[in-house]
Design a binder for this molecule. Structure first.
Ligand code: NAD
Length: 269
């Protein structure tokens, strides 16, 4: 018996990157997986990969920040699988570095529409389905460690992820009476299409210890393992939690700088 046998899981942005790893992990553990993604080619590849490994997966093309498209994706998922037990709000974009005064309004609006709008819309749609069918469901939001630091050079992304934290926790409180848990995973640097322009740039390796004391970027599988835990029976009493998967990057922050200064100032051998 696999951990997610008999479960149906939706993964938004489940065709690539972190979402792709979660789709594969959940399918390998017995879940029937619905990938809701705008990239049809990548989605078809994901379905083929999961089926080749013996799993069950469908792909539905949807911009999950659009309520009509998300509602249609849910209807198609219910037609195919009958229910949704686990919903992962994984979709997120990063659209550039700017100083605060220079953030273009459309970049700000796109960020909020996708990073905050999609979990709001999808969780309402799927949450109502879970409540109606009395499903003791799981909602898992993929946030970011950037949601707890006031980054001055990408305030729009950090703010979208900070808001997602409170959204996750407000949802956890609101849905608790229905026995639906809501938790967030906050990844640090994870190698994907979204982040490779930073992680694969030469300065990253020389600076990696200031970002992540474990000395490397994380893998998508390491995030998928955390998602599997939150979806599993072992996490039945966990709600409103933020599970940080970052190789220590958040706790490094000021401590790392202090450590360097003490060495530079000759106070520490
Ligand atoms: N990669 C990292 O280092 C990192 C770190 C912290 C948090 N995160 C978060 O993890 C999540 C996944 O990131 P990733 O690095 O795997 O991204 P990615 O860009 O590699 O993959 C994102 C997937 O989402 C899909 N997508 C994008 N917009 C969509 C939309 N409107 N509707 C439907 N599908 C859409 C894409 O087609 C793609 O398949 C994001 O929320 C991101 O903010 C990533």
């Amino acid at each position: 018996m696999a951990v997610l046998d008999d479960k149906v899981a939706v993964v938004t942005g489940g065709a690539l990157g972190i979402g792709g790893a979660i789709s594969q992990k959940f399918a390998a553990e017995g879940a029937r997986v619905a990938v809701w993604d705008i990239d049809e080619e990548a989605s078809a590849n994901m379905v083929a990969k999961i089926e080749a490994a013996g799993g069950t997966c469908i792909a539905i093309r949807a911009d999950v920040a659009d309520r009509t498209e998300a509602a249609s994706a849910l209807a198609q998922t219910l037609d195919a699988f009958g229910q949704v037990d686990i919903h992962v709000n994984n979709v997120g974009i990063f659209n550039g570095f700017w100083r605060f005064l220079d953030i273009p309004e459309d970049a700000w609006n796109d960020m909020m529409r996708v990073n905050l709008g999609s979990p709001f819309i999808c969780s309402q749609l799927v949450g109502r389905h879970m409540v109606e069918k009395k499903i003791e469901g799981r909602i898992i939001n993929i946030g970011s460690v950037d949601g707890e630091i006031p980054y001055q050079d990408f305030a729009h992304y950090a703010v979208s992820k900070a808001a997602m934290r409170l959204l996750s926790q407000a949802m956890a409180l609101s849905l608790a009476e229905h026995q639906i848990t809501v938790n967030e995973i906050a990844p640090g640097f994870i190698l994907t299409e979204l982040s490779k322009f930073v992680i694969e740039a030469p300065p990253f390796q020389s600076r990696v210890k200031s970002f992540a004391p474990l000395g490397r970027a994380g893998t998508t599988e390491e995030v998928a393992d955390a998602a599997l835990y939150l979806a599993s029976p072992q996490a039945s009493y966990v709600t409103g939690a933020i599970l940080t998967i970052d190789g220590g990057s958040v706790i490094a922050g000021r401590s790392y700088i202090q450590h360097q200064y003490l060495i530079e100032d000759g106070m520490l051998p």
